[in-house]
Design a binder for this molecule. Structure first.
Ligand SMILES: [Zn+2]
Length: 354
């Protein structure tokens, strides 16, 4: 991208110019996070890189907040309003990839990798925090006139780290919180998201030789399968926008001649509101109890995490839209276009190969 900022003295243009002036530093930080892909709640290096950078910038950093080693809050200034910028930095399993490669080139087979730009997520929010701090300070709007906070939020990919931070009251005095995500367009994310609940269902049965004494066995794997059948029938009777996903996290073993005594399935329930999500989750637990009853096993439900639906804030959106319009979309140079074409070539399959 080009380093030009519009000449207009809008807040967005001032912030953008400050970020551009230090672009190499921020790009190096994003690359360092890319080089250390760590999954939810294990982001020790990534979290430290961002927290150290903020500390070096003079922010007061509190690490290990809300009982999570990789969660932190960095703050500067004092008084109201309290403005929060949210930064995430976790990776996904199995997405190891050489930086800049447009084809699948894992650095480590089966290793972790950043799937949707989470190396940029935390770093860009950090860049915004540092630039906003400089801008506010230069106009005497910090120290007694406002507090700027960066929230280092772990476990964004299926961990809902922020909900634990909310529960601990870390957002109680925040007036506005801003977040972002890499996307295929420059704009506002102004639609609500689905609320969700994730829970493990572990079934306990009785092991037996599957040929010799099957009548003595009670299969936990059968219970998982029957629960999935029940959940798939449940789908018809939930609101259209609701979603049910599951992953078999433990099939009980790799031997078909053993009646599996323990097996587990992980469910993710989504619906437009939290009350609808809770209702479906309650019915899903009934399905699990039914599967246990059918198979003579028992089920243990372990609640993993939940997340409320995202509620758009039209007032903040209007303000942000004004600034985004003044700033314009990023200008892509020929090198950017060339690189984008190499990626497009890997995903366009409309025509048969020559
Ligand atoms: Zn993402």
């Amino acid at each position: 991208m080009t380093a030009e900022a519009p000449l207009e003295e809008t807040p967005a243009a001032r912030i953008s110019a400050r970020i551009e002036a230090r672009r190499d530093r921020f790009i190096a930080l994003a690359d360092a996070v890319w080089d250390h892909p760590e999954t939810r709640f294990e982001e020790h290096v990534s979290s430290r890189l961002l927290a150290d950078a903020l500390e070096a910038e003079g922010f007061h950093v509190e690490r290990g907040v809300a009982g999570m080693e990789t969660a932190f809050v960095a703050s500067i200034g004092s008084g109201a309003p309290v403005i929060a910028l949210l930064g995430e930095f976790d990776a996904l399993t199995g997405l190891s990839q050489r930086g800049g490669a447009s084809a699948h080139e894992p650095l480590e087979p089966g290793g972790n990798g950043h799937g949707c730009g989470h190396n940029l997520l935390g770093t860009a929010a950090l860049a915004a925090a540092v630039a906003a701090r400089d801008d506010l300070r230069s106009r005497g709007r910090l120290e007694g006139a406002g507090t700027l906070r960066f929230y280092g939020c772990p476990g964004e990919e299926g961990g809902s780290g922020k909900t634990f931070m909310v529960r601990e009251g870390l957002f109680d005095d925040v007036d506005a919180a801003l977040t972002w995500h890499p996307m295929t367009f420059t704009g506002l994310f102004s639609t609500p998201t689905l609320a969700n609940i994730q829970a493990y269902f572990r079934f306990h049965g009785t092991a037996a030789h599957a040929a010799n004494s099957p009548h003595l066995g009670r299969s936990a794997l059968d219970a998982v399968e029957l629960m999935n059948v029940g959940a798939n029938y449940l789908r018809e009777h939930v609101p259209d926008q609701a979603r049910l996903h599951y992953a078999m996290t433990d099939s009980g073993g790799a031997s078909p001649n053993v009646v599996q005594s323990s097996a587990e399935v992980l469910y993710l329930v989504r619906a437009p509101t939290m009350s609808e999500t809770e209702e479906i989750y309650a019915r899903l637990q009934d399905v699990a109890r039914g599967a246990a009853l059918m198979t003579g096993t028992s089920v243990e439900v372990t609640f993993d995490k939940a997340c409320s639906s995202y509620l758009p804030n039209r007032t903040l959106e209007a303000l942000m839209f004004e600034q985004m319009q003044a700033l314009g979309a990023p200008a892509f140079d020929e090198g950017d276009q060339r690189y984008a074409r190499t990626i497009a070539d890997t995903i366009i399959w409309c025509a048969p190969p020559p």
